[in-house]
Design a protein around this ligand. Structure first.
Ligand code: B1M
Length: 631
């Protein structure tokens, strides 16, 4: 077989995600005495680049990438021992991980795969990595680079801390630091003193390779480290200490004091329930309803920790009450965290004080998954009780309550790990579907508990994976889509309740909204993902608006900025969004079917006055805008 044919076969094996074929042709490389390194770069890694480019164009989905990575690793295991070193080359160790507080690891795993393909020796610390572990591992392995990912704005600050720790230890100049993940921009990377960032996994490798090629040698010598330490001390002396304050608690006090001093704060002609109910039916209202998902932020009025908010029924209900009152929300969407079902299935959950709880210690065996009994002591039981009290409190304030639970697929990925589920969905679908059947049964139990016991006005289901960024429509319909269609949506109907869906991600499969007769759909709009199917209110109202009430669109990230400019821009954007929504409703012969909200939970560390910049602006300017546009 010609060399070109073998290299192409290796690339094809990776694109197809066929690990047996990758092993077979890797063996052929050795049998034919071809160069192992060339086979990795021009065969296996080339295949990985092809599938990665297809993903970026929306032509392939995450499961294909994960299987391609498995095939690439299978081929590399055979070839790597035969790479001929020139005697001078040293292994280029790269420490990789997702920073503390963040459990998103799909993107990090893809970056790792591409870096491995480029010849770097990756030392993977996993996700939710304690910050000091990065410097520790770098020192231990005399690393060439550190690659840090985060998907959440709440954890971005951790990257700066790692860089400070590297400086303190005198090893910052010994290596390249790259940071990345959806919220990381070039400006952010520069501001924290990172060497570079990149938009996707392929670009990350190119940037890393170029940065590493510029690194001088002898960076790990004692003298170099001592000089680096000295430099850091000098720069610290120049900067002065950095003050870190919790703006959240301080602004909560401010909002409360202001609110309590001028009760009633707003003169409104409709109660919250009347406004929300009318908008739901597209009837005339005094203004559009508003309800950002600011659950973790609302706890600052109580105040209580995020753990209390998400595990104590009473505290949860107190936070709901405070959120409706002080933020003037027209309903409270009770997102506690996405690990409630997972905890009851036995997954270990971490409850950081200032962050959203996260599932860790995923369960190993599908066979061991047992449907929990919904009884006192389970998190789901607690959530039902919490929503029962919260509904009473919300009603006392004239507001409807919207409880929230995670859907069957979110639960399953929390229990077993997302990377694993998404791969197994292709290679072992029956096992995944059986497990999905179990999480669905538990979700159904919780739904019944909510409808019969807690009786909130609405129950919102999180279907995170209804998403073109992760799964194609066909694959989705063969997994969660199927159970949503055949079991979950009918259960809503059985209890005569509206189907309310929260997607929490961009580019969903919009036609599913109709399939499930969805009556409220909460979405996020990402302007950068328009080519993958992310849509804004103009599209959604004109295509699905008559049947479905929409809300969301505003990125939760913008709430982190409570500088005077940040607050001013939030107010201006809120006015602009209302104007645009109202005009779109009017153009489509509608009156009010839309809620101003956020596409996902506002980071729990956000200051309260960034929330009121939205909610109070709607209350203050909404009536005037509504009159002007709708008459
Ligand atoms: Co969550 N989540 N999530 N989530 N989730 C996001 C990130 C979010 C943007 C959704 C939204 O707002 N609409 C939002 C963050 C908002 C914010 O910034 N504040 C969010 C939230 C809020 C949360 C929770 C807090 C929800 C809750 O409980 N209230 C919770 C977090 C818990 C925690 O971490 N403490 C949570 C949980 C989860 C799941 C567990 C259910 C699941 C993660 C599963 C897993 O990874 N193991 C999940 C998912 C899947 C998402 C979305 C839908 C998709 C993320 C993803 O995997 N994308 C996401 C919305 C979205 O982005 N569409 C969302 C695909 C992946 C291939 O892309 O990771 O961006 P990405 O990686 C890319 C690039 O970024 C780049 O290359 C990669 C490949 O091309 N890149 C680098 C990555 N690292 C790089 C490093 C580099 C360079 C480039 O240099 C070093």
């Amino acid at each position: 077989m010609a060399k070109e044919d073998i290299l192409n076969a290796l690339a094809d094996a990776v694109v197809e995600g066929d690990d047996e074929l990758a092993e077979e042709f890797a063996q052929k490389v050795l049998d034919e005495d071809l160069d192992a390194y060339e086979a990795i770069v021009d065969g296996l890694a080339k295949g990985m680049k092809i599938i990665s480019d297809m993903y970026e164009k929306g032509e392939a989905f995450v499961p294909s990438l994960l299987l391609a990575a498995d095939a690439m690793y299978a081929g590399m295991d055979i070839l790597t021992p035969y790479i001929k070193l020139d005697g001078t080359s040293v292994p280029r160790n790269v420490i990789i991980g997702t920073v503390e507080g963040d459990v998103h690891d799909i993107g990090k795993n893809l970056v790792k795969t591409m870096m491995t393909a480029a010849g770097f020796n990756m030392i993977d610390l996993g996700c939710d990595v304690p910050l000091d572990k990065f410097a520790e591992a770098a020192k231990e392995n005399k690393a060439t680079a550190i690659s840090m990912s985060t998907l959440m704005t709440t954890t971005m600050g951790g990257m700066e801390t790692v860089i400070e720790q590297l400086q303190e230890g005198g090893i910052r100049d010994s290596l390249v630091v790259m940071v990345g993940g959806a919220p990381v921009s070039k400006t952010f990377a520069d501001s924290i003193g990172a060497d570079g960032t990149a938009l996707d996994a392929s670009a990350a490798v190119e940037t890393l390779s170029s940065l590493v090629s510029e690194l001088p040698t002898d960076l790990w010598s004692d003298s170099s480290i001592a000089a680096s330490k000295m430099k850091y001390k000098e720069s610290l002396a120049q900067k002065g200490g950095k003050e870190k304050i919790d703006v959240g608690l301080i602004t909560a006090e401010k909002v409360k004091a202001e609110f309590d001093s001028v009760v009633p704060k707003f003169t409104e002609t409709m109660t919250k329930a009347e406004r929300f109910g009318s908008a739901f039916q597209d009837k005339k209202v005094d203004r559009l309803p508003v309800a950002p998902l600011a659950c973790g932020v609302s706890r600052k009025f109580v105040p209580c920790s995020y753990k209390d908010y998400s595990t104590s029924a009473e505290k949860y209900a107190d936070c709901v009450e405070a959120g409706i009152k002080y933020f003037n929300m027209d309903t409270f969407v009770g997102l506690t965290d996405l690990c409630v079902d997972a905890a009851d299935f036995g997954a270990t959950i971490r409850y950081p004080e200032e962050d959203t709880p996260a599932a860790i210690g995923h369960l190993e065996d599908y066979e061991k998954l047992e449907i929990p009994e919904l009884k006192e002591g389970t998190r789901a039981y607690n959530l039902i009780q919490g929503n029962k009290i919260a509904t009473e409190k919300a009603h006392a304030l004239g507001a409807p309550m919207t409880a929230l639970i995670e859907g069957p697929m979110v639960a399953l990925t929390q229990i077993m790990g997302a990377t694993r589920i998404l791969s197994d969905l292709r290679t072992n679908p029956d096992v995944v579907l059986k497990a999905l059947d179990k999480t669905t049964t538990y979700v159904e139990e919780i739904m019944k508990g909510m409808f019969e016991e807690a009786q909130p006005d609405n129950l919102c289901m999180v279907t995170l994976w209804t998403n073109n960024v992760i799964l194609g429509a066909d694959e989705y319909m063969k997994s969660e889509g199927q159970v949503m269609q055949n079991r979950i949506a009918p259960l809503y109907k059985k209890y005569n309740k509206p189907v309310v869906i929260h997607n929490c991600s961009d580019a969903p499969h919009w036609d599913l909204i109709d399939k499930w007769n969805t009556e409220y759909y909460s979405y996020t709009f990402y302007p950068d993902e328009v080519n993958k199917g992310s849509k804004d209110h103009k599209y959604l109202i004109s295509t699905h608006g008559k049947k479905t009430m929409f809300g969301g669109e505003v990125s939760p990230i913008v709430f982190l900025d409570n500088s005077p400019e940040g607050l001013a821009s939030m107010k201006a954007n809120t006015v602009a969004l209302q104007e645009s929504v109202l005009n779109t409703l009017k153009e489509n012969g509608m009156q009010s079917k839309y809620m101003i909200s956020t596409g996902c939970e506002v980071p729990p560390g956000a200051p309260c006055d960034s929330i009121t910049a939205q909610t109070y602006t709607v209350a203050e300017k909404g009536p005037e805008l509504y009159k002007k546009i709708m008459g």
